[in-house]
Structure formats: structure tokens, C-alpha cells
Design a protein around this ligand. Sequence first.
Ligand code: NAP
Ligand code: MG
Length: 484
Amino acid sequence: MATKQKTLEWEYAPAPEAAKIAKVAKRYGHFINGKWTAPSSGDYFRTTNPATNKKLSEVADGSAADVNAAVKAARVAYEGPWGKMSGRERGKYIFRIARLMQERAREFAIIETLDGGKPIRESRDIDVPLAANHFFYNAGWADKLEYAFPNRKVSSLGVAGQVIPWNFPLLMAAWKIAPALATGNTVVLKPAETTPLTALKLAEIIADSGLPDGVVNIVTGAGETGAAIVNHPDVNKVAFTGSTGVGKLIQKSIAGTDKRATLELGGKAANIILEDAAIDQAVEGIVNGIYFNQGHVCCAGSRLFVQETVFEEVMWKLKRRMETLIVGDPLDKNTDVGAINSKEQLKTIQKYLKAGVEDGAEMFQPKCDLPSTGNWCSPTVFTNVAQSSRIAQEEIFGPVLAVQTFRTVPEVIEKANNTPYGLSAGVWSDKGARLFQISNALEAGVVWGNTYNQFDPASPFGGYKESGFGREGGLHGLAAYLDF
Ligand code: NAP
Ligand code: MG
């Protein structure tokens, strides 16, 4: 399925990872109170491989009754063994989960790629190792909370209701579950409808780790299942990652309750290339920021601002690099750009491609033969983009880059901040002082300097403005699960 290298005389030979290593059951129930539990409605829904649109498995459709059973189990575990356990003992379980995840890393990576469509290189090298690292990092804090927050008396919150999206299914589950456990809370988590399988695999290793029943419960389902978790009266803390639209709904629905909440929402990140930047490295960073992983990244560098003097050079190099991107079979180790997660998401992206052209921007796509089945979108770049254009303002969540130019630093800061979002940004310059000057002025939770999409469990991540509030990762991420 790998597409041809148009600018080269030769092609990489296919190097597909072995799908059969992954053990996927034909059908999954919910993971409630340490047991696989059939849905009370008896209903299941399909999860498919977006590269082929073939069915992989079917999973339970969670009703309010299922959510209620999960919250009850989490409450009993919180009042019982887990709530009474020392941090030292809690930490041992979390370390065990991290090690089991490492042992089964290959299987996790394959399932992540099958279910979500992201290239195996990304799930193997980024998603799974980072997810394990989040468990390791948080395990280390479980018995040291008094050192993490000196002179403060901290206590856990209770039952955490967690709802996550489809773009980093396992990693988001790790971001949510690991700090909740380290701080002594119990969990009810719902993965996204299109990518439930790695969260269910995680349930298997959680069972293998011997974690007491009910400490982590995983309920599958659609948006209504998520809403049932968020609105359950016995949930003390809501942790949500997803779209700004749903984030706003959640905020409204919990207003007036004493639930704590963190919301990690959408983004429209600006990548800024100054004329003194190392252009080759910058171009590679731009490609990494928007095209690898199909742009299915909340912090994707979806807007590019280039200083006028280097615009032609940057665009020439960028287009040449785009010609070499390999779009195709996500299980192939050579693939750079995998499948679009769902038919609906592909339609959304296509709507924006049309909007970009209608708004007067110039569209470029490298010539590549897309596979005939599955959901695919060529890497796309728009130039001549007006600041008011929909492709410059709205989150697309696909491999689509909107390029604008600037002359001065104050101008680019104003343009970059002119969006309702504020999740992340990147700055490329040879001068450290300029990196600091610009990054301080950008309204974004994370600003990368001369690099992009770098993550570390010790570093907090989160947004400004409509990209949400609260931080995940680092001590900030632990603090979100504690009362002071
Ligand atoms: P989404 O539609 O908001 O869905 C996110 C999760 O919420 C899914 O599990 C979804 O279930 C569930 N959900 C839907 N409606 C709900 C409701 N009314 N109440 C409670 N839960 C509900 O987002 P998405 O399209 O799956 O994910 C992409 C979005 O996530 C993008 O906007 C991206 O920027 C954002 N994101 C942000 C971060 C960050 O850290 N800031 C990280 C990753 C992604 P279904 O799966 O059934 O719809
Ligand atoms: Mg799927």
C-alpha cells in the first residue's frame, strides 16, 4: 500500500509489522470491578480499522446503568482497600502496570495502529513508550507526595471520571489514570468510540497487575456514555480531553456542583520561522508537527508563519520534503502519514480543503497514489492564506497546513495570538534571546524552541483560552487530583 517516492528513482520495500501478534478478542464487555461485564442493554458496537474500514472487534455500548455500576465499584474501592493503602504500596502497583506495558509494548503499538490508523512508527516510538513513562513517573511520586508539595497537607479527591479522545488513545488513558492512582483516587474511564481497543488491553494488564478490584473501571460507549460519567453525582473530579465544543458542554453541565475539573481541548498552533533559523531543521520540524500522524494532534503545528525574506526558500524545501512523504499502510514501518481516523473526520477535513480554496488560498498536495480502500488525505499546504480564513482560524485536525508571512516580530506575535485557542506553538531562530522574547509573548501553554512535539511526563501540558484549563503531567498534573 505504500505510495511511490515521486522525487526518487526508487521506492522503499514494504516493511509491515505483523498484525497477527496482536490479540484482539471478537467482543469486549466493560471492565467493571475487576471483571469483564456485559452491557446492561445487551448492545455492542463495532470498532474498525480506518485503513481498510474492516471490523476489528465489537465493544459494549455503555448505558447510564453501566456507568452507575462502574462509579459504584470505584467508590467501594476508594472507601475500602485503595483509600486505606499507603502511597508506598500504591506505587508498587503503578510500577507493575508500567512494566507490564513495556513487556507488551509491541502488541500495544500494533493494536493502536490497527484501531486508530496512525503509523506504527509513531505508536511504537512515541505513544506506547510515553504511556509507560507516565506510569513510571507517577509511580515514583505515590509515596513522596509530602515532598512534591512541601508544607501542604494533601488528600485525594475520590472517584475520577475521565473521558478521552481518539488521537492518542493509550497515551491519554495513561495521562489520566497514572496521576489519579498515584494520588490515591479511583477511576472510571471512557475511551473514544472509534479507538477503544488499547484502553481495553490496558484493562487486561491492570487485571494482571493485581490492582484491587474497582480501582480502575473502563466503560466503552459514545458521547452519551461520556456524559453519564461526567454528570454522575458520585464523581468528584472530571478529567476530559477532547474538542472545545464538548468541553464547553461539560463545563456548563457541572457548573454549580462541587466537582473539580480539568479540560484539555482543541488547538491551532502557530509555528514561526524567523529569517535567521536553520531552515532545513525548521522544515523537518514543520513536517513532523503537521504531517506525521495525519495532523491528528491537538498541538499540531497547523499554522506556519514565515518571515518574508525566507518565504521562498522555506516553501521550496517544504514542498520538496512533502513529495517524499510516504502515505499508506499504517502498519508499514516506512509510513509517515497513516489513515484518517474515521469517515466523519475525513469529511471534516475535506470540508476545510474546500473552504481554503473558496477563501482564496492556494492549495498544494504532492502527487501520491492513495490506497483505494480506507480513509485517506494527502498532505496539504495552503499559501496566500488570509488571517480571517476558516483554515487559519478553525481546528482542522488533519494533515493541512496554512502558511502566512510576516515582516516583524510584533506583527507575528499579534497574528499568532489572533485565535480563540492557545495550546501550543513553535519558534525557530538562531538567537536564544529571540526565542525567549517570542515564547513569552505567545499565548500558548507549551512553546517549543527549535523543535516540535516533544513530550515528557515531568513537564506539564495544557492550554490557554479556549484550549482549556488545568495541566496534565509533572507536579501540576498530580495537583489536579489532590485537595490542599
Ligand atoms: P470529542 O468529540 O470532544 O470527544 C472526546 C471524548 O468525549 C470522546 O470519548 C467522546 O465520545 C466523548 N464525548 C462526546 N460527547 C460528549 C459529551 N457530551 N459528554 C461527555 N463526553 C463526550 O473530541 P474528538 O473529536 O474525539 O477528539 C479530537 C479533539 O480532541 C480535538 O479537538 C483535539 O484538539 C482534542 N484533543 C486535545 C488534547 C489536549 O491535550 N488538549 C489532546 C488530544 C486531543 P465519542 O468518542 O463517542 O465521540
Ligand atoms: Mg477503530
